[in-house]
Design a protein around this ligand. Structure first.
Ligand code: ABF
Length: 231
């Protein structure tokens, strides 16, 4: 069974990668930055996947020795399939990380987490001395929250408490993220739920305000992280 295809196809972007040509250009740029000996945090999503394909090519043709620290099962399995050696944050500190994004504002604040892996993505970005965000032009917005909600990962027992506390932050709407084609909610890799929270305005302190709610594991809001955008 072609399990990698099965997994990739089941992802939001799996059947067809939108903006593939644009994504490929930024993916190629990041792949060209890989050096022998690097330990690289690898973000999730289709752009990161395209970059991994290119990196795997370079490993084969140039005999590079690198290690990836994946941010999700999807990327872990892609690395395994492509023969990219892996390690973890318990064993190594990454030299650098690359990742995708859903929205990026002019100050490089971001919304991430359409794939639900924002906890590990934030952990890798926070653990890396340098992070590159690979983003095709469709990701640039003048105002965060224009197209995507802020995803918030919630410990299941805290759902009602967290929902109420999030409402005090004046959202426009809150929706429990449901699994595609199924009746139930999405369960993250950490065994949690996701609330997608729509805001009209995203002030500077919103990320911290969300994080301070008991039961919130992490949000997909990235305010004032030191990242370099590769577009
Ligand atoms: C991950 O990749 C997520 O945080 C973000 O939602 C997604 C972007 O995916 P794509 O590259 O498929 O647009 O980094």
């Amino acid at each position: 069974m072609n399990w990698e295809k099965t997994i990739i196809d089941s992802l939001e972007w799996g059947k067809e990668i939108s903006n593939r040509e644009e994504k490929q250009k930024v993916a190629d740029k990041i792949a060209s930055m890989v050096k022998d000996g690097d330990i690289i945090g690898v973000g999730s999503g289709s752009t990161a996947y395209l970059a991994l394909l290119k990196i795997a090519d370079r490993i084969r043709t140039e005999q590079l020795h690198i290690h990836a620290i994946p941010t999700s099962q999807e990327i872990k399995m892609a690395c395994a399939k492509l023969g990219i050696p892996q390690t973890s944050l318990l064993e190594h500190k990454p030299n650098w990380t690359f990742d995708g994004a859903d929205e990026i504002d002019p100050n490089h604040n971001m919304i991430k987490g359409r794939g639900g892996a924002m906890f590990k993505e934030k952990l890798l970005i926070s653990s890396s001395p340098q992070t590159f965000i690979i983003a095709d032009p469709s990701k640039m917005v003048s105002k965060l929250g224009s197209r995507f909600p802020v995803p918030v990962e919630i410990f299941p027992d805290a759902l009602i408490h967290a929902d109420q506390a999030l409402r005090s932050l004046s959202p426009v709407d809150i929706k429990l993220r449901m699994a595609q084609g199924k009746d139930g909610p999405i369960i993250t890799e950490n065994g949690n739920l996701i609330l997608d929270v729509w805001f009209d305005n995203i002030p500077d302190n919103l990320e911290n305000a969300i994080k301070s709610i008991t039961g919130v594991i992490e949000s997909g809001l990235f305010m004032h992280y030191e990242v370099k955008i590769i577009s």
